[in-house]
Design a binder for this molecule. Structure first.
Ligand SMILES: [Zn+2]
Length: 515
């Protein structure tokens, strides 16, 4: 049952490049005792070219029983983690409806959410508690899909999940119906009309209680705020809802209105650290908080929620650009500290992230990568620190307004996915500076900005950047105070009784040599 080899995305297979996924329906009966699932997936898609083969991804542990294409039985075979559906006469271009009946035991998560699959456990009262995590492995760990970040179902997904009665299913979008118990089972129908990443099409099962209130967005829209909490933790639910509303207001200030106003702000309590499951963010940090200027803060709650903007609304086109989701979202954490604790609190978190940069491999390994090839701690911390440097280079006004534009402009959001070049071009255009050298150095190399300070005479020094073609603003500390200068490849002479200190506050990822 080992799926440690498994990753998501990577080079798109030509058979999948001609498929545009429009909608997924998953109708599954969950057998908790057997740790198995059984039912069907229905996939609506548009074919841009005629083909004799349709290709889906599905983990090989799950066995396909029957496939129909537009209600007609189809030939198929499973090979590795793929399903090939064949038709010697060919499948026409245009709309196709593929129904795949399947079942079996899905992979068990080893270290969720990083090593994903299903988690089958029990709450403290002995009730079944089931969670799914598959960001790094893809939705194929339990349903047939096109496992690539560049194609989300434009019209959303329906999850029709049957569980033993007495348990509750938490899912994406809005709950359409709950069936009456029959044969000791109940069916929950969840539906989202929004575009959604394949790893966010998941559900959780527990003996949940639902705590609800209403959140009024920054634009005045009222959205249900719901917490699916275990019975034993109900006393802590109200505080979590308060925190979610407060955090949402801060994130809206920087990145615009909550992205899913027609559905909900959902939280589901899970037996793992949590994941950005769209409109039903999972949370599992046992209600532990740190104090920031007297306020309770949970980086688990805040970080996963920030992904509603960075990952769910602004989505990387390829996993090669995963730093856009993780790095900018990690930077979003520093903005909580800025809002609640001021610039000094912000600086302390930025420096904490900077201290965790490993700098072993570039953050962006190319234009195409699977999750296994891109996932490092640096996509978080170096990505976040890069945002901090960028803020310094272009200044607050342009930096924050551009970040908000990236999170709100339709060209970068929902069904329009982004690459590192898209982000670079947006910031370059809006700042009037060619920022490509900065993006390249931080994200596509492991180089540091090399600052050279050379003693050229009595109390006189020459300053220049050795490996960097653009001029960057620098604070330079000398015996007569701090000056703000543009430093580039051209030598600048500075008088000081001691070697000038370049960038004393550490805005840059740099190496200074003093000769
Ligand atoms: Zn994250």
């Amino acid at each position: 049952m080992d799926i440690s080899y498994m990753s998501s995305g990577g080079k798109l297979n030509p058979l999948q490049a001609i498929m545009d996924i429009r909608h997924y329906t998953l109708a599954l009966d969950v057998n908790i005792e057997q740790q198995s699932i059984d039912g069907y997936a229905e996939v609506d898609l548009l074919l841009s070219q005629r083909t004799d083969t349709l290709l889906f991804d599905l983990v090989h542990f799950l066995k396909v029983k029957k496939i129909t294409v537009n209600k007609i039985n189809s030939n198929f075979f499973q090979q590795g983690d793929h399903i090939f559906i064949t038709n010697s006469k060919g499948f026409d271009t245009g709309k196709q409806k593929i129904k795949i009946e399947y079942g079996g035991k899905p992979p068990v998560a080893v270290r969720p959410p990083w090593k994903g699959g299903f988690t089958w456990t029990k709450d403290t009262n002995g009730n079944p508690w089931v969670a799914i995590n598959c960001q790094l492995e893809g939705g194929k760990v339990y349903y047939p899909c096109k496992d690539h970040p560049s194609d989300e179902p434009n019209e959303g997904a329906d999850l029709i999940i049957t569980v033993p009665s007495g348990l509750t299913v938490a899912g994406p979008g809005l709950l359409q119906s709950t069936s009456k118990p029959k044969d000791h089972k109940q069916t929950f129908h969840w539906k989202t009309n929004y575009t959604i990443s394949n790893y966010c099409i998941v559900f959780n099962i527990a003996k949940y209680k639902v705590y609800s209130s209403t959140y009024t967005t920054i634009n005045g829209n009222k959205v249900p705020l719901q917490f699916y909490v275990l019975e034993a933790d109900t006393a802590k639910a109200a505080h979590v809802l308060e925190i979610r509303a407060r955090d949402c207001r801060i994130l809206e200030k920087y990145f615009g209105e909550y992205p899913w106003i027609k559905e909900k702000l959902g939280i589901a309590y899970v037996p793992n650290p949590g994941m950005e499951h769209q409109t039903m963010i999972s949370y599992g940090d046992r209600f532990t908080y740190k104090k920031v200027n007297g306020q309770d803060y949970s980086d688990n709650l805040y970080h996963e929620f920030g992904h509603e903007w960075w990952a769910n609304k602004v989505t990387n086109k390829d996993w090669a650009h995963m730093w856009i989701q993780e790095g900018i979202n990690t930077y979003a954490e520093t903005l909580f500290f800025r809002e609640v604790g001021g610039e000094r609190a912000y600086d302390s978190v930025v420096n904490l992230f900077k201290g965790h940069i490993a700098n072993k491999v570039p953050v962006v390994p190319g234009e195409v990568a699977n999750t296994g090839e891109v996932y490092t701690g640096d996509i978080y911390v170096k990505g976040a620190f890069f945002m901090h440097s960028l803020r310094y280079v272009i200044g607050d006004e342009i930096f924050f307004s551009t970040l908000k534009k990236l999170a709100t402009d339709t060209s970068y959001t929902y069904n329009n996915f982004v690459t590192t070049d898209d982000v670079e071009k947006l910031f370059s255009t809006r700042s009037g500076k060619d920022l490509k050298p900065l993006f390249d150095l931080y994200l596509r190399t492991t180089n540091k900005i090399e600052v050279s300070v050379v003693n050229i005479g009595f109390n006189e020094y020459a300053l220049q950047l050795k490996n960097f073609s653009m001029e960057l603003p620098f604070d330079i500390l000398t015996d007569h105070g701090t000056e703000h200068l543009l430093i580039g490849k051209k030598v600048i002479k500075i008088k000081s009784a001691f070697p000038p200190v370049a960038d004393p506050e550490g805005h840059y990822f740099k190496k200074v040599t003093i000769e």
